[in-house]
Design a protein around this ligand. Structure first.
Ligand code: ADP
Length: 385
């Protein structure tokens, strides 16, 4: 494999993710660093492990540090030709991911999810605050070599075959060379890529690239998996497969942080969730606790009244939603208001066709949080200068 070309390739492809991205590119483009001095910027598609010889020692008397801890982390990007404008991507973010958790980072577009992940992977520097991976700063290779990373838009070296790319990931993770071949085949099989593993990545579909990049994240048997939109670009079969692998990894004790805006993925997988909106943490807690904080709503189906009549019956206590479905009305109200409304509907000549308790879903929670944060149709961080 043409290992020495990788930094150069990535330098040309990389976005300006660092403070001085343009200058970093210029400085680096003239040199080809040795593998052990690869910049993580140049390897953003690969798990940014470095093959350091350091072994981690556990002090049994002190509790092991959390896999992820962020305290007061803010990030401002500079924009414009003179870099005079700033966009506040993160604002005083505190986040702790405990060992063995599947932690979901949820938020609308531009909430700061990818920025958080890039800061953890040392691809972007926080403007303020402290960031720790297993108690170490993300700039420390000892921290990063315990992490498997799947970026949002993986861009593997497309002249490699899938198998070569995953093997490279294992080598960079410092995986035992004697066991690498077997491990590569194991993860390729896990992500369903064995048959296409000998094909150059440039011939892969988006979903196949996603799978092979996921295999690369898994191959070093990391203690922490950081997954940025892991199911994007996958068909339903692929999504299910990736979800199963995530659960399998959790059963092995791997800690997992993943960010997504696909709420069913969070509901199916996570024990803990944090909702970010416009760079600020708006809600955090265990999924179970968050979903039981609000009493269930009741959905009432009815016929014989029109929307106007129904609205006049609900009076001051506005219903959460009214929908019209093939001549029927469906109204959702708070649990404690349902009996009164049903009585009024019957008294007004309406006919009840259905009454159903509706569990408060993560989607409802998400919409509430986003609404409370004043987020409308203008995603992104705040422009502050
Ligand atoms: P998310 O992943 O939640 O969609 P991001 O972290 O990608 O959000 O973006 C958060 C905010 O930071 C957005 O307003 C986005 O435009 C801005 N941003 C992200 N990356 C950069 C960058 N390299 N330069 C300038 N602004 C950026």
């Amino acid at each position: 494999m043409a290992l020495t070309f990788f930094p150069l390739m990535r330098i040309f492809r990389s976005g300006r993710t660092r403070k001085s991205g343009a200058f970093t590119r210029l400085r680096c483009s003239g040199c080809i660093p040795a593998p052990h001095s690869f910049s993580p910027l140049s390897l953003n598609t690969l798990s940014p492990f470095l093959p350091s010889q350091v072994t981690m020692t556990e002090d049994s008397k002190t509790p092991s540090p959390a896999p992820i801890e962020l305290k007061g982390v803010s990030k401002q990007y500079r924009l414009g030709f003179w870099l005079a404008k700033k966009v506040q991507a993160l604002k005083s973010l505190d986040l702790k991911v405990d060992s063995g958790q599947i932690f979901g980072l949820l938020g609308p577009n531009g909430a700061g999810k990818s920025t958080t992940i890039k800061i953890l992977m040392n691809l972007v520097q926080a403007s303020e605050g402290t960031v720790r991976l297993f108690g170490l700063p993300p700039s420390d290779p000892k921290a990063r070599r315990q992490v498997g990373y799947l970026p949002e838009n993986p861009m593997p070296y497309d002249y490699l075959t899938g198998r070569e790319f995953v093997t490279l990931g294992a080598q960079l993770a410092g995986y035992d060379p004697k066991k690498t071949k077997a491990r590569v085949e194991e993860v390729l099989d896990e992500v369903g890529m064995t048959r296409s593993a000998g094909m150059q990545i440039r011939r892969y579909s988006k979903g196949m690239v996603q799978r092979v990049a996921f295999a690369q994240a898994l191959v070093g048997e990391p203690r922490l998996l950081i997954l940025d939109e892991p199911t994007s670009g996958l068909d339903p079969v692929g999504r299910r497969q990736i979800r199963d692998i995530i659960l399998h990894e959790r059963a092995k004790g791997t800690t997992i942080l993943f960010c997504t805006h696909i709420i069913p993925d969070i509901e199916a997988l996570c024990d803990h969730v944090a909702v970010l909106v416009s760079g600020r943490l708006r809600k955090e807690g265990s999924v179970r606790d968050l979903l039981t904080t609000k009493a269930p709503a009741v959905e009432i189906g009815l016929e014989g009244l029109n929307r106007g009549q129904l609205e006049s019956l609900t009076g001051g206590s506005a219903p959460e939603a009214i929908h019209e479905l093939e001549g029927r009305l469906l109204v959702r109200v708070k649990g404690e208001e349902s009996n009164t409304l049903i009585t009024k509907i019957i008294a007004a000549g309406g006919r009840i066709t259905q009454v159903q308790q509706v569990r408060f879903s993560l989607e409802d929670l998400f919409m509430d949080v986003v609404k409370d944060a004043g987020y409308k149709a203008s995603p992104g961080g705040e422009i502050i200068g």
